[in-house]
Design a protein around this ligand. Structure first.
Ligand SMILES: Nc1ncnc2c1ncn2[C@@H]1O[C@H](COP(=O)(O)OP(=O)(O)OP(=O)(O)O)[C@@H](O)[C@H]1O
Ligand SMILES: [Mg+2]
Length: 112
């Protein structure tokens, strides 16, 4: 299993959520965060306004998927988030050792 952590513009969140649902993903969570990338200390356009700030609002989506699903998740998410402008976002992928469905005791892939 892999955890895919997708950091995106808030405006992209609904599209990413719908995209994951269309892929048959059964669970995810999201957090409203602030962060910066390579343009720290520079300006970035946010909701049509050029902002001079250290950090910008972003949304972090976390989804744990079967190993075989990772590439299709990446392709689908990138397709709905890439504008070509700085600040489009970033995706981190990490190994997940195990998972548990509390109700049933299902483990690993069966718990997703
Ligand atoms: N190395 C990192 N570690 C953790 N979070 C990061 C890292 N880089 C970026 N982020 C998070 O991702 C968000 C979006 O990053 P961003 O898309 O601006 O990346 P970038 O590397 O600056 O690429 P670009 O040049 O396309 O803007 C940041 O606001 C921050 O929340
Ligand atoms: Mg950036």
């Amino acid at each position: 299993m892999k955890k895919v952590e997708i950091i995106i513009r808030p405006a992209s969140f609904e599209r990413v959520k719908d995209t994951l649902a269309n892929l048959g993903i059964h669970g995810m969570n999201y957090t409203e965060i602030r962060g910066f990338g390579r343009q720290r200390g520079h300006t970035e356009v946010y909701r049509g306004t050029t902002m001079h700030v250290d950090t910008l609002p972003k949304v972090k989506v976390e989804v744990v998927v079967h190993d075989e699903a990772v590439e299709k998740v990446l392709d689908a998410v990138i397709a709905v988030t890439r504008s070509g402008q700085v600040g489009d976002g970033k995706i981190f992928i990490t190994d997940v050792i195990d998972a548990v469905r509390i109700r049933t005791g299902d483990r690993g892939n069966d718990a997703l």
